[in-house]
Design a protein around this ligand. Structure first.
Ligand code: DX5
Ligand code: ZN
Length: 227
């Protein structure tokens, strides 16, 4: 599957979200939207009303990453609103199968997110219920943090698991993805790349997306996992 690029608006200007989405619309695959509730993570961002507004102003598919304590209660509404992907965190889910199925039933793709030290193996049986596995490569909550190399062995194990199950689940990395780290991620098995500060901190966000994509594509082509 091809490399997917998902710039994160967490590092964009929240007062100009439509313009910030437009800045990457021609080059991004999805727009990554970080929903934080100040409980699951120590930060507060945006929620459903902003997602609904943003949907009216961008043609980019929205990739909603819910860092909230009650994903079972809130996630289906993001799918019903029109988000293309809705990712919920394993650490917060009470009823993973039911919630992932509700997301899909509402017409979105279902993503399962796991924090840096959450093991991936317990979720092998959920692979048939998801379209994407999100491996956090920083502790969730803030943009601009340093990439955690300690996640790379888990990323390789996750790639092996996904390949064993047919290879159709996307593997997304989120946190500290930049020109310095994206090749390591692609080589280890990621095929969806979230980048916040590396995109919106650049003078030309669209050029930054393109440069990161090219790096990821080159690294994927030379990687062992990519058949
Ligand atoms: C962090 C968020 C990320 C964040 C990444 O908890 O989930 O999506 O925007 O930002 P960077 O790319 O700056 O690490
Ligand atoms: Zn995110």
């Amino acid at each position: 599957m091809a490399v997917q690029m998902a710039p994160s608006i967490l590092s964009a200007d929240f007062a100009r979200l439509a313009d910030e989405a437009a800045a990457v619309a021609a080059v991004a695959d999805w727009l990554h939207v970080d929903v934080m509730d100040n409980h699951f993570v120590p930060n507060l961002t945006i929620g459903l009303p902003v997602v609904e507004s943003l949907l009216k102003h961008t043609g980019l598919p929205l990739d909603c990453h819910l860092m909230i304590t009650e994903p079972d209660r809130w996630a289906p509404a993001y799918a019903e609103a029109g988000a293309r992907n809705v990712t919920v965190h394993a650490e917060a889910l009470q009823s993973p199968v039911r919630t992932l199925r509700l997301i899909r039933a509402a017409g979105a793709r279902a993503g399962l997110g796991i924090n840096p030290v959450t093991a991936v193996e317990p979720y092998e049986d959920l692979l048939a219920e998801i379209d994407m596995l999100l491996l956090m490569t920083v502790e969730p909550g803030f943009g601009g943090q340093s990439f955690l190399d300690l996640v790379l062995p888990k990323l390789r194990r996750a790639r092996a698991l996904v390949q064993r199950h047919g290879g159709s689940v996307w593997l997304q990395v989120d946190g500290g993805v930049s020109e310095d780290t994206i090749e390591r991620c692609a080589e280890a098995g990621a095929d969806v790349f979230v980048a916040g500060s590396a995109v919106y901190g650049a003078d030309d966000p669209a050029a930054a997306v393109q440069a990161l994509r090219e790096q990821a594509e080159r690294a994927t082509a030379r990687s062992a996992w990519h058949g």
